[in-house]
Design a binder for this molecule. Sequence first.
Ligand SMILES: [Mn+2]
Length: 315
Amino acid sequence: MAKTYILGHIKPDTDSVVAAMALQFLFQQEKCFCHPNAEAVMADPLNPETSFLFDKFGLKAPRQISAADITTDDSIVLVDHNEESQRMPGINPQQIVEIIDHHKANLNFSQPIYMTFKTWGSSNTIVYFLMKQNNVVPDKNLASIMLAAILSDTVGFKSATCTDKDKELGMELAKLAGITDIDGFALEIFKAKSDVSSLSDEQIIRNDYKVFDFGKKVFIDQLETVEQDKLVGEKKQDLLKAMQQVKEQEGVDLLFVVITDVLKVNSKILIIGDEEAKVAQKAFGGVVTDQIIDIGAKMSRKKEIAPPIEKALKQ
Ligand SMILES: [Mn+2]
């Protein structure tokens, strides 16, 4: 029997993996989606945060597959991504029948498909919304990790991408999960995410980076952590050295490393050169001191950090 594979993006985060599992649950409960033989799968292994959550709730991770495992009769549902650069390499776009996502769309398909796009903070908010529309209720463990995924993607309901819908539906999931101490749960997730003890200095610089083309090539890495003091303190010199190496390896014009403290709701940027200092001061105001600039409560690279840098470069 032909299968429907539900796939999150490559190098999946908690939102991606859990949304695929939640969709599998929904498709199995509700026949109107016409995916009777659906399976959540993933392209790469779990990250440390997601592993922590699966251990905590005793859940099994989806199977890891490659495009070669998908036969020509099978269908594909994408969740938490849509662009080709984010998809499992080698999958045939003609087999994609449906997309559920909260990112900017960049699509050009030759066939009509089902699409559910919302500008909410987490794909799991969208999947739970679809569950509610169809009177499907997730079990306690699934509700727990769906809440975890929303808290992870919205930095505990605090990021600029978080909407009222994320809070409203997140609170409903908390009730189903029997979780009352939401801040405590969020802190546990942040600690799992920000455990940098196993990462090398270069891995920290490459932890979560994007290279933007703002006329100049700008590398922006972001680390969400509860240990900001340590990273901009005792680890600063080592990180600055690694930044210089990565800058040369990548051949970028500017390189920034943003250390975001998710509890204090504060970001500090490590500054390696005069050019970076000039651009950062123009973009955020304030002054670079000892190769650090404090940019206050800005936490979203997409909405609050990359746009001012782009603007400063174009002035
Ligand atoms: Mn997401």
